[in-house]
Write a protein that binds this ligand. Structure first.
Ligand SMILES: Nc1ncnc2c1ncn2[C@@H]1O[C@H](COP(=O)(O)OP(=O)(O)OP(=O)(O)O)[C@@H](O)[C@H]1O
Ligand SMILES: [Mg+2]
Length: 507
């Protein structure tokens, strides 16, 4: 492996020169850090040095991750969150555009908030903020997501109506809200504008009508997830362990972006209010996966956060398939960038232009397999080694968590000795968990299955395993589909099913 890599380098003239003029990877003391205060990511590709990520000597803890679909962005995020939680007790909030973390979060015993599927957020919620500041944030979101900036009069009317709604409910605009006091909702704001229109004294009724129309899209009957009482305490968001804000149920990207901006604003304010001390480590990580406008618009808090560097004590992780959807300011300001596999020249040019990695690294990125990554870090002090280096593979769970399904109990002696059939299947714990859930074997059965593996030196005979599933009430068809998904031969599956008491389900 090392040899092949070396030849690769030697066959590339530019890289060859680079290789001899300066070291190709940061020195070991930078990469290894203190494993008790850093997150293990994987081994470097050339010298196989274990790379432990820490933000202590970086410009900030924020991270950008890019790569094509299936390259391993979410896998990296999950690994990262889990380890950060272990090392620093870091809380995490995932702004989950497509709902792709939901299952994982449920299984990790985190909290899932499914907007539009039962959960709602009141956009006027203050969570400790002064009504005046919250009003500015709402206006900022409307600026990003609607055409309001083109209509100064409508902007003024809307802003005034929001402030009025707070005042009418007994809040003082420039004072922190009293504990437990219920804020108004967007519906009250719309009513105020409506009253104004009905009175008929305002000289530009069309401006009022348009202001109402703009807000109404977020308060329609059945789509009023942002205009009724919040189902969660936003003030606790940064202290609740792992929280998945599942936005996939919202009607479109505009709604999702509104929710994402709102969550970012709230978290930022919380962090600002609480202040930051070095010894606390990373208090929270906020993940923005495929967050479209939120990561691209200049006015978005995602940009403010990465620009304002370390002072908040939390890290923002922005992941995207399309690097051009991520604002340039994010790439140039985050302390760490992970580039997974990239295919399009256009994207590669953009990244190389913005990050300035070598043509050698560029060539490697194009050939990456799943989980391989180029890492770029921005150090606080001057360095004399390359900023960008390659990780052979982002490492998942510890090897300890590999489970074996032993099929020797259903194979004949002839099959075993002829080595025609695979006698055992190895499954990484997370992968097994995901698969079992996919085939309807979630909940308590999972715990039982893992306990059985754990008490049998991480392996189970196929018949014991299937009996366990059957006794827990798992359907025959689900078991068959699961076994098929492991690419076990149909003949063997039939055998397993009949040995375990028969079942009508056929592969
Ligand atoms: N480093 C890795 N080691 C082992 N398996 C990995 C690794 N990275 C990714 N995988 C596996 O590859 C598959 C795709 O990974 P993942 O879902 O993270 O991709 P993605 O970049 O988030 O894609 P998308 O843009 O479609 O969300 C998953 O099944 C995941 O478990
Ligand atoms: Mg993903």
């Amino acid at each position: 492996m090392t040899l092949v890599k070396f030849q690769n380098i030697m066959s590339n003239e530019i890289a060859k020169r680079a290789f001899f003029s300066r070291p190709p990877e940061p020195p070991a003391d930078v990469l290894i850090s203190d494993p008790f205060r850093a997150i293990y990511i994987g081994n470097t590709s050339i010298f196989k040095v274990p790379f432990n990520w820490s933000f202590l000597n970086l410009t900030n803890p924020h991270i950008a991750i890019v790569g094509i679909t299936g390259a391993g962005k979410s896998f990296l995020v999950k690994t990262f969150l889990r380890r950060a939680s272990y090392i620093w007790n870091t809380n995490a909030i995932i702004i989950d555009w497509a709902g792709e973390y939901k299952r994982w979060v449920e299984q990790t015993r985190g909290k899932v908030v499914s907007l539009a599927k039962g959960d709602s957020l009141n956009l006027l919620d203050l969570s400790g903020m002064k009504p005046l500041d919250r009003t500015k944030q709402i206006m900022n979101s409307l600026d990003i997501l609607t055409d309001i900036s083109m209509y100064p009069e409508q902007k003024r009317l809307t802003e005034e109506a929001i402030e009025q709604a707070y005042t009418n409910t007994g809040f003082i605009l420039y004072e922190a809200p009293p504990e437990g006091k219920e804020p108004p909702t967007l519906k009250e704001v719309i009513s105020l504008l409506q009253e104004n229109l009905t009175e008929g004294t305002y000289q530009y009724p069309a401006e009022l009508e348009n202001s109402i129309y703009r807000l109404r899209q977020f308060a329609r009957e059945g789509e009023d997830y942002f205009s009724k009482k919040s189902t969660l305490d936003l003030g606790l968001l940064t202290k609740s362990g792992l929280v998945d804000m599942d936005l996939s149920g919202l009607p479109d990207d505009k709604f999702r972006a509104l929710a994402a901006l709102f969550i970012l604003q709230t978290v930022k304010e919380k962090m600002r209010a609480e202040g930051w001390t070095e010894t606390k480590g990373l208090r929270a990580l906020v993940v923005l996966d495929e967050a479209w406008k939120v990561a691209s618009d200049d006015k978005s808090d995602a940009i403010t956060i990465v620009r304002e560097a370390r002072k908040y004590g939390f890290g923002l992780i922005v992941a995207s398939q399309n690097p051009t959807d991520v604002n340039e300011a994010i790439f140039s300001n985050v302390g760490t960038t992970f580039i997974l596999r990239i295919k399009f020249e256009k994207f590669m040019n953009y990244l190389q232009g913005s990050m300035g990695f070598s043509d050698f690294i560029r060539g490697e990125i194009g050939r990456f397999g799943v989980g391989e990554a180029a890492v770029k870090m921005d150090f606080t002090s001057a360095i004399n080694f390359p900023q960008t280096f390659i990780i052979g593979k982002v490492s998942g769970e510890e090897p300890l968590y590999v489970y074996k399904l032993d099929l020797s109990d259903v194979l004949t002696q002839a099959e075993l000795s002829a080595k025609l059939v695979q006698p055992e299947y190895q499954l990484e714990k997370e992968e097994l968990r995901d698969k079992l859930i996919e085939y309807n074997m979630g909940g308590d059965i999972l715990k039982e299955i893992f306990a059985a593996f754990d008490s049998n030196k991480e392996q189970l005979k196929s018949l014991d395993f299937i009996r366990l599933l059957k006794s827990s009430g798992v359907q025959g068809n689900d078991i068959v589909s699961f076994l098929k998904s492991l690419s076990i031969d149909d003949v063997i599956i039939i055998r397993i099913m009949s040995y375990t008491g028969g079942d009508n389900a056929q592969p």
